[in-house]
Design a protein around this ligand. Structure first.
Ligand SMILES: *Cc1c(COP(=O)(O)O)cnc(C)c1O
Length: 368
């Protein structure tokens, strides 16, 4: 066997887009052996008998056949569970990451601009970059609210083709003021994607805005309610938008196992929502107990995670000390100036939250 590594290095240097050569692949930290509180996953497996019933459903899969390209049964279930009015259509993606990609690819006219407040979900920028679409980030205020004047100025200057607003926002956990959101929707000539990745953990629902504005679509995912492994995201929009995004979508993007599992999940969605409700109770508990520690500043969250700032202690040191004790959180320090000394912890089961709190106290104490 020939060792072609040198030739391959030369070929990639010559052939791969220079901007892609400069990029680094999306990094996921190794969590082996750690309590994983870094990625907003649910700590709960299928409840009760569902594991067995799910496997039975999967055993019917005709894996030699292509899946339904429209995933009709999944969409029908979503329509019921999420009470999507008949006037709107649904697009499915391999996670909402793929939905973001479809939207950006469809709108990637020459000189198009993708806009988002910052800090927010990094994939908005990453996917714009991969598709060679200009990206403009507009800083939030220091309490993580929309800086409405800055947003309106940026909209006037760049006329974005699309603005992504995560409601609630990741990594900050808060909801933006609805009036500010509507001002942005009215001011922009482009599309506004309301990213409701955390819809199971908040009462806020923006589907009603579709009846008020032609330039609004709502994106959701099942990743945060116990199905991160499934990779299923969705877009609810006026049919005219979906028709366009559907042209960019690869025909069988939702594989058969995901379709069957998603049908099953939506048939039993009440049980998943009940687990999400437990997480919301735990969020309150965890926030109260974090407050009591005293040496951290915490932010109100409408999602399944909490952001806090370590006071008079370096957050990176705390992050490392948590890891030494077997707990993986997300260190936000360095990601954006507003996130100085901030850590983000996923709200988990009572037991894992207690373990985290004990480890955090120990970490803070050992910092003196
Ligand atoms: C987690 C998250 C998503 C994405 O998820 P998928 O797992 O790709 O469905 C999208 N938007 C925000 C704001 C998120 O936090």
């Amino acid at each position: 066997m020939h060792d072609y590594s040198d030739q391959v290095v030369a070929l990639t240097a010559a052939l791969v887009r220079p901007d892609i050569q400069q990029m680094s692949a999306y990094h996921v930290p190794n969590a082996a052996g750690l309590i994983k509180l870094d990625a907003m996953e649910s700590p709960f497996p299928w409840p009760g008998d569902l594991q067995q019933q799910w496997l039975e459903k999967l055993s019917t899969a005709q894996i030699n056949r292509y899946p339904d390209p429209q995933a009709t049964d999944v969409k029908r279930r979503i329509r019921q569970v999420m009470t999507v009015p008949d006037a709107y259509s649904i697009l499915l993606g391999n996670g909402s990451d793929e939905v973001i990609q479809l939207v950006i690819q469809a709108l990637a006219r020459e000189d198009a601009v993708v806009m988002s407040p910052e800090p927010s979900f990094v994939m908005f920028k990453v996917i714009a970059n991969i598709n060679r679409v200009n990206y403009v980030g507009v800083s939030l205020t220091k309490d993580f609210a929309l800086d409405i004047d800055a947003m309106l100025n940026a909209i006037a200057k760049h006329a974005p083709a699309v603005i992504f607003l995560a409601q609630p926002n990741n990594p900050t956990g808060n909801l933006y003021d609805l009036q500010a959101v509507e001002k942005i929707i009215i001011a922009t000539p482009g599309l506004v994607v309301l990213d409701e990745a955390y819809s199971a953990f908040t009462d806020r629902n923006h589907v009603g805005l579709l009846a008020k504005y032609p330039n609004v679509v709502v994106m959701r995912t099942v990743s945060k309610v116990g199905l991160a492994g499934l990779r299923l995201g969705l877009l609810i929009a006026h049919p005219g938008w979906i028709e366009m995004f559907d042209k960019v979508r690869l025909p069988y993007n939702i594989n058969l196992l995901t379709q069957l599992s998603a049908e099953f999940a939506f048939e039993n969605y009440g049980q998943l929502q009940a687990l999400a409700d437990i997480i919301c109770q735990q969020r309150k508990e965890l926030a109260d107990q974090l407050e009591q520690i005293g040496r951290v500043e915490i932010w109100q969250s409408e999602a399944n995670f909490i952001v806090f700032r370590t006071l008079s202690v370096n957050a990176r040191t705390v992050f490392e000390k948590l890891k030494e004790q077997g707990v993986l959180v997300k260190c936000l320090d360095g990601a954006h100036p507003l996130l100085k000394n901030c850590l983000r912890v996923t709200v988990s089961s009572f037991e894992e939250n207690q373990y985290f709190l004990t480890a955090l106290k120990a970490a803070l104490q050992s910092c003196g």
